[in-house]
Design a protein around this ligand. Structure first.
Ligand SMILES: [Zn+2]
Length: 245
């Protein structure tokens, strides 16, 4: 075992751990915007539900007032026409007045039926407004807080990534030239890392199975091997040394 191989392996392990943390933080950056949009949609849906129910309620109240007004006017008109009936001059005029009165009475009946419908609808709409208000009161703040949390997570992840990137750049020159070039070459191709740790016999870079003899050699940490499937440099560190993100 040479000092170079040993120190290379130690630095590679450090870099692999940073790369894993970077991967986790990149995952947050990828998924958080969708979660935030979902939360925003849920909040706007509950606001919209309230606004719609409130508007519908107002519409029904206005219709109720309009119907009441119409009925009052029609009743007054009937009274006038009934008085006029007393002074009609012939049967033809009498028949015409009577038919006008009948028409107004039918109209009033129609309005009154609609008035009853509106009472039922108003009752239902008031319940809908109350339900929408209740939902806003109990859930909106939680959703907005969750959204803020995710926005903070994005900022944290960005800061962590920048720090890890800097640390990785600082560790890179400590590797022997041959290994550094290999790492850089694979990083460029793979995008995430030039090194991968083994868990059991599985390369964590590409999740293919590594032959037992190679696993044995990698776990000894005294020689540098690459994954035959993905080309990443293979290293081993015990599971309890895996970085927590
Ligand atoms: Zn691999």
């Amino acid at each position: 075992m040479t000092m170079t191989v040993e120190s290379d392996i130690q630095f590679l392990i450090q870099m692999a751990q940073k790369d894993l943390q970077m991967k986790e933080n990149k995952r947050i950056l990828e998924t958080a915007p969708l979660t935030i949009r979902k939360l925003e949609k849920e909040v706007s849906d509950m606001d919209e539900r309230y606004t719609e129910a409130e508007a519908e309620l107002e519409k029904l109240k206005k219709e109720e007032i309009r119907l009441d007004g119409d009925v009052k006017d029609d009743r007054a008109a009937i009274v006038t026409k009934k008085n006029e009936l007393l002074i009609v001059k012939d049967n033809k005029e009498y028949a015409a007045k009577t038919s006008e009165i009948q028409f107004l009475e039918n109209k009033i009946e129609g309005h009154e039926n609609r008035g009853l419908e509106i009472l039922t609808l108003l009752e239902a709409e008031k319940k809908e407004v109350a339900a929408a208000t209740e939902k806003i009161n109990t859930e909106k703040d939680t959703k907005l807080a969750a959204k803020k949390d995710w926005e903070d997570k994005i900022e944290e992840a960005k800061a962590t990534l920048a720090r890890l990137e800097k640390e990785r750049a600082g560790t890179l020159p400590l590797l022997s030239e041959r290994i550094r070039k290999r790492y850089e070459r694979i990083l460029k191709v793979k995008g995430d890392s030039g090194v991968a740790n083994l868990i059991g016999a599985v390369c964590q870079g590409c999740f293919s199975r590594v032959p037992p003899q190679q696993v044995h050699e990698v776990r000894r940490n005294d020689t540098i091997l690459t994954c035959e499937a993905c080309g990443r440099i293979l290293i081993y560190f015990p599971a309890d040394q895996e970085p927590k993100s």
